[in-house]
Design a protein around this ligand. Structure first.
Ligand SMILES: NC(=O)c1ccc[n+]([C@@H]2O[C@H](COP(=O)([O-])OP(=O)(O)OC[C@H]3O[C@@H](n4cnc5c(N)ncnc54)[C@H](OP(=O)(O)O)[C@@H]3O)[C@@H](O)[C@H]2O)c1
Length: 333
């Protein structure tokens, strides 16, 4: 008997049998993270097959039980890994992002080199559709390495022959975010909040809305070749956001805003801590307002969610109590 080599373009996906032929097979890098959790859940709920490449499977354990989702551990910088999982996919989504990296190279690796590798793997495997998530304010002349490297990544994708869509969100909030929740975690431990970059302005957007747009884009050819800035309905200074988060969580604290020099000093000190909460590069990103100059993209057909409409669901003291009650009931105590 002659062995028939499996062509990369016809390779079967692990969970192919569980989806209808009309559904998508979506390869995601960075899918284990905050936004990925919501994107993957939405794709799976709509019956699409999803493969998430993660550097550590443990990181994506919350996705493993979803019925049409396959979580594979692998190095996303390895072209062979990308080629293996791009084979047979109908679309790819890039959600990789790093806020803290060692110098320019670290940012460029994650934000520009990885998109290059993903684009090449897609082209080789015949995957035409790609959705790429960048960041609001990404530009080659932006003040931070984070934003400049994000701009380089956008160029890679938009300069490719793929059918691309790019999203550029402002800061994203949601139950699992590391922004609003961080202030609350600090506020619960500290008697006062010393806020660097307190006057920086943001227009935060809800993670559910970002995920809804990403998934909608995959099914709507009108989004091909488009970049969408994504913002919520309101603009806040960082100090406003901290104040709101603490008040909602029932732990109001005096807020001490730092000036530019003191902010830089605080960031310089914090850079030495493990998993730094703030770096000088983060501060440089905040030098430019992270606000949209336009309305939420009408094509998606919904109005963005207000922070105040959802944040109490997980921040308010009553929400905490009921969560602990759930744990207690589950553990039979
Ligand atoms: N969250 C926000 O407020 C916000 C705002 C604007 C733009 N964005 C952009 O939106 C996208 C999703 O954001 P997110 O908040 O979901 O991000 P996240 O949770 O911090 O991380 C997303 C994923 O990136 C992967 N990753 C992290 N460091 C990496 C590295 N050095 N090399 C390769 N992969 C790495 C991780 O996957 P594994 O560990 O599983 O490999 C992680 O699950 C990113 O592009 C981000 O820049 C986010």
């Amino acid at each position: 008997m002659t062995a028939v080599a499996e062509s990369p373009r016809t390779a079967r996906w692990p969970l192919d049998a569980r989806i209808e032929p009309s559904r998508q097979r979506v390869l995601i890098v960075g899918g284990s993270g905050f936004v990925g959790r919501h994107v993957v859940a939405r794709l799976a709920a709509a019956g699409n097959a999803v493969t998430v490449i993660t550097r550590r499977r443990e990181q994506a354990r919350h996705l493993i039980l979803l019925p049409t989702v396959s979580v594979v551990e692998g190095n996303p910088y390895d072209p062979a890994v990308l080629a293996r999982h791009a084979a047979g996919a109908t679309a790819a989504i890039n959600l990789v992002g790093v806020l803290h990296a060692h110098g320019r190279q670290g940012f460029m690796l994650a934000h520009s080199e990885l998109p290059k590798l993903l684009v090449a793997a897609c082209i080789d495997a015949g995957v035409q559709r790609v959705v790429h998530v960048s960041a609001l304010g990404a530009s080659s002349d932006a003040p931070s390495q984070y934003l400049r490297s994000k701009a380089a990544g956008e160029e890679v994708v938009t300069g490719s022959s793929l059918k691309w869509t790019v999203f550029r969100p402002s800061v994203i909030f949601g139950r699992e975010d590391r922004f609003v929740n961080l202030f609350v975690a600090l506020g619960r431990r500290l008697p006062v909040m010393i806020v660097a970059g307190a006057r920086a302005r943001f227009q935060p957007v809800y993670v559910g809305d970002v995920a809804q747009c990403i998934v909608a884009a995959l099914g709507d050819d009108a989004t091909i070749g488009q970049r969408y800035d994504l913002c919520g309905p309101a603009i806040y200074t960082l100090a406003d956001l901290v104040r709101y988060a603490l008040r909602t969580a029932g732990c109001e604290r005096p807020i001490i805003p730092l000036g530019a020099a003191a902010s830089r000093l605080q960031a310089r000190i914090m850079e030495w801590l493990p998993g730094p909460l703030l770096t000088r590069d983060n501060l440089r990103s905040m030098e430019r307002d992270s606000v949209c100059g336009c309305a939420f993209p009408p094509l998606f057909g919904f109005a963005p969610t207000a922070l105040e409409a959802v944040a109490p669901d997980w921040l308010a003291p009553a929400a905490r109590v009921s969560r602990f009650d759930t744990y207690r009931i589950r553990s039979g105590r």
